[in-house]
Design a protein around this ligand. Structure first.
Ligand code: BDR
Ligand code: CA
Length: 311
């Protein structure tokens, strides 16, 4: 079986954590590295969290390379911890991570791995590192097989009425990445909101009796409380795990060709993704995710996370 070579560009993040654990449990994927970026929390903490997660998965051999500390243009604006906790992973207690930080910048690591063989980038945080990759390595797009991005929204945003978090955090970077000549699949909020876990699933993880199961349930508990405050129910949205799912089970997410762009001006719409689905764009290599089968998604996440050993 040919394994898909991926780098996960990430700002862990509770849903990033589930995405990473899903990928590391899946033999279909060859996870070459995690690259960190500022987003849900600052880059010191997203890097630390990525190291915690490779430790948790029993994969300290997966390099963690630090990336951008903030957006291209404006100063970083971090949330107050009400979504992902102050540490980004639900404020559990963790031992100091043993997995080392790679001695290479995230962008250089991605370029190096892309030069060796076809590479898919799974981008589940703000797109600053990918914009810097384009700037530092002109023409790099031709060495990238695919870019799968969790970001944007076709309709309502989640930080503002118009903007989704990953795009809102660094709109200039997202504009650059979406304009690049590489095959992009964008998974916006209207797709990711179909990928929910319920209290039944949280109880399932807690009941596994494994370190991974206990920590996943622990991380998801405050995330569920946030969902209840914000959305009116405790179903947790697994935004970032949909990006791994897209690579893991090709075709599982129904997509269509679209022209993708980002509003970088606008008093009310800065960070809005403009997803043009008109028929003229139907055959474009840039695609937008539209539908997934929730039951299949949940069953896969459960089955893969149950693979982690008891200790
Ligand atoms: C995105 O924002 C972050 O908070 C999540 O990790 C996800 O990547 C959803 O808008
Ligand atoms: Ca994320």
């Amino acid at each position: 079986m040919a394994r898909t070579r991926i780098v996960i560009d990430t700002d862990p993040g509770v849903d990033d954590a589930v995405a990473i654990l899903l990928a590391l449990a899946s033999e279909e994927l060859d996870v070459l590295a995690l690259t960190s970026v500022a987003g849900n929390v600052d880059v010191d903490q997203t890097t630390r969290n990525a190291r915690r997660l490779v430790d948790l998965a029993g994969r300290p051999d997966v390099p963690v390379a630090r990336g951008a500390a903030g957006p291209l243009v404006h100063a970083a604006r971090f949330e107050d911890g009400h979504v992902h906790g102050h540490d980004g992973l639900g404020d559990l207690t963790w031992a100091d991570p043993t997995a080392p930080e790679a001695g290479e910048h995230a962008v250089d690591l991605i370029a190096r791995r892309a030069s060796e063989a076809p590479l898919t980038i799974v981008a589940i945080g703000p797109l600053t590192n990918l914009a810097l990759l384009r700037a530092r390595y002109p023409g790099i797009e031709s060495a990238i097989e695919r870019v799968v991005i969790m970001g944007g929204a076709s309709f309502a945003g989640n930080v503002t009425a118009a903007a989704e978090f990953n795009v809102w955090f660094d709109p200039e970077a997202a504009a650059s990445v979406l304009a690049g000549p590489w095959p992009i699949t964008l998974l916006p909020l209207d797709l990711t909101h179909q990928a929910t876990l319920t209290d039944v699933d949280l109880a399932y993880f807690a009941g596994l009796g494994t370190e991974v199961g206990t920590r996943v349930a622990g991380m998801l508990e405050p995330y569920a409380a946030y969902h209840e405050r914000w959305h009116g129910n405790r179903d947790v949205i697994m935004h970032d795990a949909t990006a791994v799912y897209e690579v893991l089970v090709p075709g599982a997410i129904a997509t269509r060709g679209a022209h993708l762009a980002v509003e970088t001006g606008g008093a009310l719409t800065r960070g809005m993704t403009v997803i043009d689905r008109r028929r003229a764009h139907a055959e474009r290599p840039t695609r937008v995710g539209e539908h997934l089968d929730r039951e299949h998604f949940v069953a896969l996440v459960r089955e893969r996370l149950a693979r982690y050993p008891l200790s």
